[in-house]
Design a protein around this ligand. Sequence first.
Ligand SMILES: Nc1ncnc2c1ncn2[C@@H]1O[C@H](COP(=O)(O)OP(=O)(O)OP(=O)(O)O)[C@@H](O)[C@H]1O
Length: 457
Amino acid sequence: MWRRSSVVHVVDELARAQRRERWRVEVEALLVGLAWAVWSVRLELALVLVLAVMQRLVGGVLGWIAVVACVAGVVAIPRTRRFLGHLLRAMHVRRAWARATIDAGVAAGPFRCPGVWSVSRVPAGDVLDVHVRRGQSVADLDARSEHLAACLRAREVRVLRDRRNAARASVLVIRRDPFEDAAPVTWPSVTTERLSLWEPVPLGVDEQGEHVAVSLVERNVLIGGEPGAGKSAALSVVIAAATLDPETRVWLLDGKLVELAAWAPLARKVAGPSGDDALALLREVRDVMDERYRELLAKGQRKVRRGDGLPLHLVVCDELAFYLTVPERAVQKEFAELLRDLVARGRAAGVIVCAATQKPGADVVPSALRDLFGFRLAMRCTTPQASDTILGQGWASAGADASDIPGAQRGVGYLLADGDRPVRMRGYYLSDEDVSAIAERASAARADKWLAEGVSA
Ligand SMILES: Nc1ncnc2c1ncn2[C@@H]1O[C@H](COP(=O)(O)OP(=O)(O)OP(=O)(O)O)[C@@H](O)[C@H]1O
């Protein structure tokens, strides 16, 4: 039988042990916090230390003069000022990131935050090269991106996993919309004499200020968006690249008659707002494609290759909806079949289809047809469903929603290339004068080529 005094003694001992443990945990947390605070200002401390050592070495008033001269020198020289400014800003972003990952529940505490290996400034905000720690995943980061954005006081945080390393991600902290009130960006090849459609075609700039270029060979492009979103302007850039390649044959279907009129003299054939003309054009391209397959068979090739003398064919359709909603059902049906055939079979034969629609609905672009387009550009749409009709089911809810694009931002859209995450970009713009100048140069290049072939024949 235990006496009362011994029970009280055991209880006191237990309470003391608990207090000691609590103390230990609190002191440990305090020390870790202090170490972390010092570590997070290591650059600033190092700079102060260097200046302090300099003052001590030189000594006295002269030492202080040396410190002031050193600081003034760094500030006065633009290169060093920029360099130091970048380092200090990067440290500030790192600190904010570390705090945000703890507060958002991604990291369990200091020294457990996903590491930031580099910080670069881009027009939209900052890009962080992040490496997650053991036990963490990039998917966790992505799942907490809303919380991270709130902690960082940013508009949005986008996490893009490195394809080759599951522990690494590129994190875009969006602080401003780089396309807001931005002037049109001229196509970089506007003054180029000649291009090759085998090379990637620059389409626009993304939020990080990087050029977005697409390699059109063996790809098809689908563009959707509400009227005035910038579809014809985007098509113009693609046509400009094709016409500047004298080897490429261009076929135009212009449901609005005037949109592509400037390019008409360079086209192999043009169909205006007439279902029958459109069918005749598509039938001709299909015959070219079938003939091309026979040529490839004879050569023992499975697809066209650069340098084998087989020209590429670019078929551009501005306003799919026009041809797919003509009153004659038979024309609608045949148009849909021919287009589907070209999109499905044309790639290996060097036939590239580039189609735009202002009515991104399942009746115009059924998902079976949409999925055949390697590149899909959703410009401003009226609903998230319309955006998904172009990009694919689920992208709007995953953040790539073209109905979020402000109405004033013409030429902005989400580009989905080869199944990656859609990239928000702004298309290059060609003014009417640019289009006329390019068309003139392209005509001259084609005439030169034609003459050269005539002379050598
Ligand atoms: N990339 C761009 N940069 C700047 N402005 C642009 C851009 N694209 C389009 N715009 C502006 O938006 C206007 C409408 O563009 P565009 O005609 O290409 O739209 P659309 O989607 O083809 O319209 P619709 O379906 O009615 O033909 C252009 O006249 C131009 O002023």
